[in-house]
Ligand binder design. Structure first.
Ligand SMILES: Nc1ncnc2c1ncn2[C@@H]1O[C@H](COP(=O)(O)OP(=O)(O)O)[C@@H](O)[C@H]1O
Ligand SMILES: [Mg+2]
Length: 388
């Protein structure tokens, strides 16, 4: 049915003048409907098209914008000017997150994501889209999460020492008592052992945060990691779920610690399985990988940016992340589960940060995606991390 409908609309496009369609053929109207500033830049740098959102972004009317070059609108050292030159030279699109455009006229600092792409049939012309919010905010939040993880790490180190030692004493004493206990008392000594074990496990999980040894990294094929995680899930907590894969077989390796990469994806897949729930009959988790060479992350307080071309996603068709915790998802102790620790995603964020990558989440009912972005395996002289 839906295939039929889309066929009709394809044919409909060739039909003469259907009511209301005219507006959709008018690209200016389409551009004006977009909430993000879009500018078309001619080879000589002049703005030759600007949508309504650009007018409000720059605080300049379209007719004035069209008399300016991009260099007029931006400070001389603006990242956007460098990106436009780069795109012209390489003739390939580029995305840069978390850029401060540094326009002095605008009172507040504008952190934006920039999408710059060449326009075919228009030699050395480029299209620029500026996106305020979303990604930039996410990155900011993530840096806060790393801070939160760091604060857990000090506490974890202390707990490891102050709690685990006395606990092993308590457990040992309970085991001794068990030998001479009556049957009814034995239930109590077992309870003591089980509960102390539970606390030790929790402290062990927290101790992962205080591990500040330098990472032992090697070239890792992420597909073997994902397959391993899938096997673990299949054999246990994910028995009720259908797994699908969408791998890019030519994906280059990641420079990482294999055990930690397993831990990262195990946590993500476990959360996905728990969100889907045991009762669901059509539970599905998709693991996918892709190469996105144009994705870059601007480092805070620095003019350096890193390439994060490796993208690994875990998608599930569960009910979605509850709205009330979305803002704090990667912070420690945030959980909606009765027996949850809220440490899973905090640890994931910390480990990915240690690998020089980043994680983001998009969620709506039946479609929750955790997207991990990582740098590529590179020779240690760092030559492949060149600035443009
Ligand atoms: N795939 C997902 N779908 C829906 N909610 C999720 C998903 N992953 C994580 N969450 C939410 O994030 C919370 C925190 O996850 P996490 O840090 O792993 O801690 P825990 O699993 O112990 O609760 C979960 O309690 C859950 O509410
Ligand atoms: Mg979890």
């Amino acid at each position: 049915m839906s295939a039929k409908r889309s066929m009709q609309s394809v044919r409909g496009r060739r039909d003469p003048q259907r009511a209301g369609e005219e507006a959709f053929r008018d690209t200016t109207k389409l551009l004006n409907a977009l909430p993000h500033p879009v500018l078309a830049i001619a080879p000589d740098g002049f703005v030759i098209e600007a949508n309504t959102a650009s007018e409000s972004f720059f605080g300049i009317s379209r007719s004035i914008l069209l008399q300016q070059t991009l260099a007029h609108l931006l400070p001389r050292d603006s990242v956007l000017l460098a990106l436009v030159e780069h795109v012209k030279a390489k003739n390939s699109a580029i995305t840069e997150y978390r850029v401060d455009l540094g326009i002095p006229r605008l009172a507040t600092e504008k952190l934006v994501d920039l999408f710059v792409t060449p326009v075919s049939d228009f030699e050395e012309g480029v299209l620029v889209m500026i996106q305020e919010r979303a990604m930039a905010e996410k990155m900011d939040r993530q840096l806060t999460h790393r801070g939160a993880a760091r604060s857990v790490s000090g506490m974890a180190a202390m707990l490891g020492h102050e709690i685990k030692n006395p606990l092993s004493g308590i457990r040992g004493a309970a085991q001794l008592l068990e030998i001479s206990a009556t049957d009814s008392d034995r239930a109590l000594t077992r309870l003591i052992c089980a509960e102390t074990d539970r606390i030790v496990k929790l402290v062990d999980r927290m101790e992962a945060f205080s591990d500040s040894r330098p990472l032992e990294r090697e070239s890792v094929n992420i597909h073997t990691v994902l397959d391993h995680v899938k096997r673990i899930a299949h054999a246990g907590f994910g028995r009720h779920i259908r797994f699908t894969e969408n791998y890019d077989p030519s994906l280059p390796p990641v420079l990482g610690n294999r055990d930690q990469l397993v831990q990262i994806f195990l946590n993500l897949v476990k959360n996905a399985a728990e969100a889907i729930g045991e009762a669901a009959e059509d539970g599905e988790i998709e693991l996918s990988t892709a190469f996105r060479p144009g994705v870059r992350l601007k480092l805070p307080n620095s003019d350096r940016s890193v390439n994060l071309p490796l993208q690994f996603c875990v998608r599930d068709n569960g009910p979605g992340v509850p709205a009330e915790i979305r803002q704090h998802l990667f912070e420690p102790f945030v959980t909606t589960k009765t027996s949850g620790s809220g440490l899973g995603l905090a640890l994931v964020a910390k480990l990915i940060g240690d690998h020089g990558g980043t994680i983001e989440c998009e969620s709506q009912p039946r479609r929750t995606i955790f997207k991990v972005l990582m740098p590529m395996y590179a020779p240690l002289d760092g030559r492949s991390d060149k600035k443009i």
